[in-house]
Unconditional design. Structure first.
Length: 508
């Protein structure tokens, strides 16, 4: 059954029903009884059913080295290690979030394969509005940072879309049961292992209808139908290392050992600090020249027991018949190197990012900006892969074939620079006004809507007028620069004023 999509054209104030086929049965998507009224309410877990708790894996440095020796065989272990470190290490989490924030996900919708000499403006306007409505339904700036996070953490994001009339929700698929075998339209397709539902059958109804149908095929032939390719363009994969499609390897797997080193140094420093807080009290039981105890041993032992009972945990006591010398393990040189700070610096150096970004006392603005630009190239490569996913999905609809989405290489760190470039180009007549608005956080849909709201409905241009000044009044109205007092004039200024007054008297 086809999906009926209602598109409201605000300029003509009428509702048009457009029907088009999709790759799966849309009616079958809303088949979970009394679970949700609309498809955009995605059920992730059934709290009244059997819950599955997440499992975390803390590997040793030796295990990480072993996994790196064969990343194809141990890709699941490396992915689990990355997930654990993302939750346990604030440094690793901050590094991932830093790269995610290097893109505003600002985009511009532009015409694609259009003959401007024969194009019909009214039809293109309607198609353009429908395309903008689709992108608004995707909620790109809220959903797509999650894709960036997974790609930078685990290398691959496997997802599928739930599509309704006014909402497109992206659901992440379990990475351990997904592979990439086919690339279609420059976008990797997802091959899913349907044996996943053998032990997680309670989650089957929380996936699109396509999964339920293909799971029945799997049960009919568990050997040949175990791996099945999901329908494009609704299902897709985004990979950070898109030059290696055979297996997943986390982009920052090379710093896992440095993160473990940092934790080891912290443990050593904590142990050293604790040892430095300890004290030892020695009760010396002397011996006279005849070799006899100077005090009765039993009485001395009683004194020792009384002392030991009142000492705190950080202070120890010992009863000894001989002198005890202190043996220290402090460094002989006066310069004490902070091993933790050095380990943190080594961590970010191994990650390929500037330590100036993370609380470094040696600040250099130029070096920092250049480092950010180099880091931004990594994130923008993933964004361009997301761009292919969006365009493939848009082009699957008849009204979207004539448009293309372009993501801008824009971030909070270069927003001002990009905005000035687009604005300067627009002042010289180049069609970059939409690019300028996108770089400043205003999408084309918001730009069109806010312009209509402020100028046509609220009429803010007529209501808000600037105060009269020399900047807003022409010279013909008698406006000009205010006259300075005599005390504020320079010698040349006074001479000019006297000369002007003399000319005026002659004219009279």
């Amino acid at each position: 059954m086809s999906l009926a999509r209602k598109i409201v054209d605000a300029s003509e104030d009428k509702t048009e029903v457009y029907k088009e086929p999709l790759s799966f049965d849309a009616d079958g998507l809303i088949r979970i009884p009394q679970r949700f009224a609309a498809l955009n309410r995605l059920i992730m877990r059934d709290l009244n059913g059997r819950l599955r708790s997440p499992t975390f894996y803390k590997y040793t440095k030796d295990q990480i080295s072993q996994y790196l020796s064969n990343p194809y065989r141990y890709q699941k272990n490396l992915r689990n290690a990355a997930i654990y470190l993302y939750a346990a290490s604030s440094h690793f989490r901050r590094l991932i979030q830093y790269f995610v924030a290097l893109s505003d996900l600002a985009y511009v919708v532009s015409p694609y394969r259009i003959d401007t000499s024969t194009a019909k403006q009214s039809m293109l306007r309607k198609q353009y509005k429908r395309t903008l409505n689709m992108l608004s339904a995707m909620d790109i700036k809220n959903q797509f940072p999650k894709i960036l996070t997974v790609c930078l953490r685990e290398d691959v994001f496997f997802g599928t879309m739930w599509v309704t009339n006014d909402n497109i929700t992206i659901q992440q698929l379990p990475s351990d049961f997904c592979e990439i075998a086919v690339v279609e339209g420059n976008v990797p397709n997802v091959s899913f292992n349907f044996s996943y539902f053998d032990t997680n059958h309670q989650y089957l109804e929380m996936y699109p209808k396509e999964f339920q149908d293909k799971y029945e095929l799997y049960k009919s032939d568990m050997t040949k139908m175990k791996w099945q390719e999901l329908d494009a363009p609704n299902s897709f994969a985004v990979k950070c290392n898109n030059d290696i499609l055979d297996y997943a390897i986390p982009p920052f797997v090379g710093i896992f050992r440095e993160i473990y080193d940092l934790e080891d140094y912290r443990s050593l420093k904590m142990t050293k600090t604790e040892l430095e807080n300890y004290a030892l009290l020695v009760m010396k039981l002397g011996i006279n020249k005849e070799g006899e105890w100077e005090m009765d041993f039993d009485k001395a032992r009683d004194f020792y027991s009384n002392l030991a009972d009142v000492l705190p945990e950080e202070v120890g006591a010992v009863l000894s018949p001989m002198p005890i010398d202190k043996i220290g393990f402090e460094k002989s040189n006066t310069r004490d190197t902070d091993t933790i700070a050095e380990a943190e610096q080594n961590l970010f150096t191994a990650a390929g990012v500037s330590t100036l970004l993370f609380n470094n006392d040696k600040a250099s603005s130029n070096a920092l900006l250049l480092s950010i630009k180099a880091d931004q190239a990594l994130t923008y490569g993933i964004v361009k892969s997301i761009e292919e996913v969006v365009n493939r999905f848009i082009h699957s609809y008849p009204y979207g074939k004539n448009f293309r989405v372009t993501f801008l290489d824009c971030s909070p760190y270069n927003r001002k620079e990009m905005g000035e470039q687009y604005l300067k180009a627009a002042q010289y007549g180049f069609p970059t006004l939409s690019y300028f608005c996108a770089s400043q956080g205003l999408s084309q849909a918001d730009m069109d809507g806010m312009d209509f709201l402020e100028n046509e409905i609220l009429k803010l241009k007529d209501r808000f007028r600037p105060l009269l000044s020399s900047a807003t009044v022409s010279s013909a109205d008698g406006a000009g620069r205010p006259t300075k007092d005599d005390g504020d004039l320079s010698d040349s200024g006074e001479s000019s004023r006297e000369h002007d007054d003399g000319d005026d008297s002659q004219l009279e």
